[in-house]
Ligand binder design. Structure first.
Ligand code: SAM
Length: 259
């Protein structure tokens, strides 16, 4: 089997069916729209209302979201990046938390331009235009652009991984290859690692260098160059959400053995 350079799958049938544009109509049709302007928490609450009373959206939601904003308050990243922006819920929540903790910017990488357009309106409404940067494209190509071409990122401080699960491991391998994961600095947070599940990603961030070398031999990384010598420490706290019981993988880079 191979997991190298998979194509992002087609949009899921239970989303991307017009509900995300309908969300904009809902938000801008609210009688309290003026109170939402420049108020990230009120914009998030309005999105939560839509999710609970109209159509479910695949946002991180308030429970797992609060856990991650706690990590932002501890870690205080100057820059945070997310893979998979959707309609901008997590970008608003985490961008606001990064700003509140003295940080400068939150990059959200989103492949679907329609979702990025919705996120753009909501980020603007929340008053986070100066902090949240929405980049449209495939996460792997945008990461290469940010690191190698624009040289805006030389170390990842905090990364939220929340696009399609089969892309988690190839994108982590790409970051390993580019040498931007730093000991005692980088914190990786991956959503939905239990449900729907990202088993290969979990195996990698929990594996020893020997186990990871065996995975590389089995999985065929193609042109990617994973670094099995990086040592990670990972915990997976569990949460109840509207989508069921699920875990976040929270991973620190704690060392590197000689190859
Ligand atoms: N982080 C968002 C939140 O909590 O509000 C939810 C993200 S949603 C679960 C996943 C998103 O990843 C979708 O909008 C999808 O279009 C996007 N996506 C899928 N493949 C991608 C890729 N290769 N690069 C960037 N985004 C991708």
């Amino acid at each position: 089997s191979t997991i190298a350079k998979p194509h992002a799958p087609e949009p899921r049938s239970w989303c991307l069916d017009g509900r995300e544009v309908d969300l904009l109509h809902y938000i801008y049709g609210r009688p309290d729209i003026k109170e939402l302007r420049g108020n990230p928490q009120k914009v998030l609450a309005a999105i939560d209302d839509y999710h609970s009373n109209h159509n479910m959206l695949m946002n991180i939601g308030p429970v797992k979201g609060a856990h991650i904003t706690g990590l932002i308050a501890e870690h205080k990243p100057s820059t945070m990046i997310e893979l998979g922006g959707y309609i901008g819920y997590s970008a608003i929540l985490f961008g606001d938390a990064v700003r509140a903790n003295g940080g400068k910017q939150f990059y959200t990488l989103e492949k679907n331009p329609e979702m990025a357009a919705v996120a753009n309106q909501l980020v603007e409404l929340a008053g986070l235009r100066d902090v949240v940067h929405i980049l449209i494209g495939s996460s792997d190509e945008l990461l290469v652009e940010l690191v190698r071409e624009r040289r805006e990122i030389d170390q990842i401080e905090m990364l939220f991984i929340d696009h399609w699960q089969e892309l988690y491991l190839p994108d982590l391998w790409l970051l390993e290859e580019m040498g931007v994961l730093a000991q005692d600095r980088t914190l990786l947070i991956a959503d939905n690692v239990i449900m729907p599940g990202a088993p290969q990603y979990l195996e990698w961030v929990k594996g020893s260098p020997e186990q990871k070398r065996a995975m590389v031999a089995k999985l065929n990384p193609g042109s990617l160059k994973p670094n099995p010598n990086l040592i990670y420490e990972t915990e997976v706290p569990m949460f109840e959400s509207d989508w069921g019981k699920d875990g976040l993988a929270i991973t620190k880079v704690v060392g590197e053995v000689k190859g």
